[in-house]
Design a protein around this ligand. Structure first.
Ligand code: ACO
Length: 311
C-alpha cells in the first residue's frame, strides 16, 4: 500500500465509511476478512446438518415446512457469504477445500448433536439468537459487501429465532414429558451457545485489530453479556432454569452476572475433538462429492451460453 492509499483507507475507517472491493486495503485487513467471512460461510452450511437431521421427523406438517424453510435459508446465507469472500479475491473452491481439509474453522456450536425435537427448537431460540446478537453489529462493519450481506441474513435469523422460541413455548405448555424435553435441550445448549461468541477478550488474538479496523463493533465478552441479558428473562418466561448457579441479576452493574464457560471444552471442539466434529465434516465432504455433477453441469451450461453470446 502506498502512503496515500493507507491514508485514504484509514480516513474511510475513521469516518465510519465503507471499504469497497476495488478500494486499496492493507493485506492484513483483506486476510482477516477472508478468514472471518469464510468461517462464517462454513458455519452456515455445516449448520444445516444438526437441524436437517429432524426434517423427516418433524412433529407436524407446519413444523416441517418451517424447518425446511429455515435450513434452506442457512444454505442461502452460505452462498451470500462465499460471494462476499470472492469480492476479496478468494476462490470459493479453495475455501471449501480448506474446510474439507480441516484447515479453516466453523462455529463450534454445530458439533453438538440434536438428540430430540426440542434441540431443534433450542437451536432456533439460542443459537440463532446468539447469531443475531453477533451479526447485527456486522451489518455496520467497515467492509461493504459483508455488511450488506448481513442485512438480509439478520432478517432471516430473526424469523429463525422467533420460530425457535415459539416452538419452546409450545413444548413448555404441553405435557410434562415435553416440558422436560425443553429443559434438557436448554441444559445441553446453553453453554455451547455462550461459546459461540469466541474466547474471552483477554484470550482473543484477533479482537483488538478487528475492532480498530471496524470489522468488529463489540468485543466477544460484550456480545456474550448482551446475549445473557436478553436471554435469561426469556428462559424465565418459559419457566425453564438456565443451567448456571451463578446466573443472577446485578442491580449495580445493570447486567446479569453469570458463570464461566468451560474453555477447555471450547478448545477441544475448536481443534476437532467435539462430539460430532468428524461426523459433520464427513457428511459435508460427501455432500460436496455427490454435488460434483451439478457443478460440472453448471460450468458446461455457462460455457455454452458464453459461446452462444460470442457467436
Ligand atoms: N467456533 C469456532 N472457532 C471460533 C469460535 C467458535 N465459536 N470463536 C472463535 N473462534 C476462532 C476464531 O475464528 C479465531 O480463529 P483463527 O485461529 O483462525 O484466528 C480463534 O478462534 C480466536 O478467536 P478470536 O480472536 O476471538 O477470533 P475473531 O476475532 O474472528 O472472533 C467471532 C470470533 C466472534 C466468531 C468472529 O469471527 C465473528 O464474528 N464471525 C462471524 C460470525 C460467525 O462466524 N458466526 C458463525 C455462527 S452463527 C451461524 O452460522 C448461524
Amino acid at each position: 500500500l502506498t502512503a496515500a492509499e493507507q491514508a485514504a483507507f484509514d480516513a474511510v475507517v475513521a469516518d465510519d465509511g465503507r471499504i469497497e472491493p476495488r478500494d486499496a486495503m492493507p493485506e492484513g485487513y483483506r486476510r482477516t476478512l477472508v478468514r472471518q467471512i469464510a468461517q462464517h460461510a462454513h458455519s452456515e452450511i455445516i449448520g444445516m446438518q444438526p437441524e436437517g437431521n429432524w426434517i423427516t421427523r418433524a412433529p407436524s406438517l407446519r413444523r416441517k415446512a418451517i424447518l425446511y424453510a429455515k435450513v434452506q435459508d442457512e444454505a442461502g446465507h452460505g452462498l451470500y457469504l462465499y460471494s462476499a469472500a470472492e469480492t476479496l479475491g478468494a476462490d470459493r473452491a479453495d475455501l471449501l477445500d480448506a474446510l474439507h481439509a480441516g484447515k479453516q474453522k466453523y462455529s463450534t456450536i454445530f458439533n453438538y448433536p440434536t438428540l430430540t425435537w426440542a434441540d431443534t427448537m433450542a437451536i432456533g431460540w439460542l443459537v440463532d439468537g446468539a447469531a443475531i446478537m453477533n451479526q447485527v453489529p456486522l451489518s455496520r462493519c467497515s467492509y461493504g459487501p459483508y455488511a450488506r450481506a448481513m442485512t438480509r441474513v439478520c432478517k432471516e435469523e430473526s424469523f429463525h429465532q422467533r420460530q425457535g422460541f415459539e416452538g419452546m413455548l409450545t413444548l413448555v405448555r404441553g405435557t410434562e414429558a415435553q416440558r422436560r424435553m425443553a429443559q434438557d435441550a436448554l441444559d445441553r445448549f446453553w453453554w455451547p451457545s455462550l461459546m459461540m461468541f469466541g474466547p474471552p477478550d483477554d484470550a482473543s488474538p484477533n479482537s483488538a485489530q478487528s475492532m480498530a479496523w471496524g470489522i468488529k463493533r463489540f468485543s466477544n465478552d460484550e456480545l456474550r453479556q448482551k446475549f445473557v441479558d436478553v436471554t435469561a428473562p426469556q428462559a424465565d418466561f418459559l419457566g425453564l432454569r438456565v443451567p448456571d448457579p451463578e446466573l443472577r441479576w446485578n442491580d449495580e452493574r445493570g447486567h446479569y452476572d453469570f458463570g464461566t464457560p468451560d474453555w477447555d471444552e471450547f478448545m477441544r471442539v475448536v481443534k476437532g475433538d467435539g462430539p460430532c466434529n468428524r461426523q459433520r465434516l464427513e457428511a459435508r465432504r460427501r455432500a460436496h462429492d455427490e454435488g460434483a455433477w451439478v457443478r460440472e453441469a453448471a460450468a458446461a451450461h455457462a460455457a455454452r451460453r458464453s459461446a452462444v453470446a460470442r457467436a
